[in-house]
Design a binder for this molecule. Structure first.
Ligand code: CP
Length: 305
């Protein structure tokens, strides 16, 4: 693996290996890399979970994090993302983590650089590390993917999380269906559409999505309550879910819009578990990229006593 920009590029074996590696980071303690390594986290869009869990993951691996913010960097003077990234490569960064509002820009950047590039979310394109932590969460719950029914529900058209998960879950043998308001459906995604009422009765995993207000051109002609009642997970709908079914959401959550406020931390919810899994998921991706790039980790794992 040279870069980590899309789930479309990964085989079933590669995905399962990353899940296994993440699990090992949970079970065992790892000594940090001995070689001095630097990572730059280039976030051109806001983030809490992704940026901070990459930072925690980097520190756990012993990678030094180079501070960067668009507000006080030369991006403010008009420097391009390519020149910014090349600068970090030139001064010794061993890998880059990039989030950007433009679709496919991280993929393009990866083709122009010799150090590993990780996509931390590109526009409506993909969010592969979010997908990996989602897969880890599903695997912890069901220990399998084949035959699992996963309904991805919400603002499909504007969601990079939906795209990465639909591709990867299909590769792993899950049955993916989508549920969305008609104008937020995406014809480029070849999956069946069902209603939210069908989804709650049919799915083992209900994966809710945030309404991506920042990617909408106009106003949504609906109140939050109307959206929840028509398309969201209400308290009444949760009662009709299968006994073992779980609720997921990449967050940030619009409480009371995609999901009733009290369901965010209900027994079925794995929303905060997903965030916890984000750290080992990102450790696994960076570890694999650095190893595949020839940076060895002589000490390996330490068994936890
Ligand atoms: N899920 C996710 O990508 O959250 P952030 O935007 O806070 O990183």
């Amino acid at each position: 693996m040279k870069h980590f920009v899309s789930m479309k590029n990964l085989s079933e074996h590669e995905i399962l290996q990353l899940i296994k590696l993440s699990d090992e980071f949970n079970q065992k303690e790892i000594k940090p890399f001995e070689k001095q390594l630097f990572a730059a986290n280039l976030f051109f869009e806001p983030s809490t979970r992704t940026k901070m869990s990459f930072t925690v993951a980097q520190r756990k691996l012993g990678i030094e994090v180079l501070d960067f913010s668009t507000d006080n960097s030369s991006v403010k003077k008009g420097e391009s993302i390519y020149d910014t990234a090349r600068t970090f490569e030139s001064i010794g960064a061993s890998l880059l983590v990039v989030r950007h509002p433009e679709d496919n820009i991280v993929q393009q950047l990866s083709e122009q650089l010799s150090i590993p590039v990780i996509n931390a979310g590109d526009g409506k394109g993909e969010h592969p590390t979010q997908c990996l932590l989602d897969l880890i969460t599903i695997h912890q719950e069901f220990q399998k993917f084949k035959g699992l029914k996963v309904a991805i529900v919400g603002d499909i058209k504007h969601s990079r999380v939906a795209r990465s998960n639909a591709y990867a879950l299909t590769t792993l043998g899950a049955e993916v269906s989508l549920s969305s308001k008609t104008d937020w459906q995406d014809e480029t995604m070849p999956f069946p559409y069902i209603t939210i009422d069908e989804a709650v009765e049919h799915a083992d995993v209900i994966m809710l999505l945030r309404i991506q207000h920042e990617r909408h051109q106009g106003q949504t002609l609906m109140t939050d309550e109307q959206y929840l009642q028509s398309y969201g997970l209400t308290i009444e709908r949760e009662k009709r879910m299968k006994r073992h079914a779980i609720i997921m959401h990449p967050a940030p959550v619009n409480r009371g819009v995609e999901i009733a406020d009290s369901l965010v931390e209900c027994e079925r919810s794995r929303i905060f578990k997903q965030m916890t899994n984000g750290v080992t998921a990102r450790m696994a991706v960076m570890y694999r990229l650095l190893q595949d790039g020839g940076i060895s980790h002589a000490n390996g794992f330490n068994q936890r006593s």
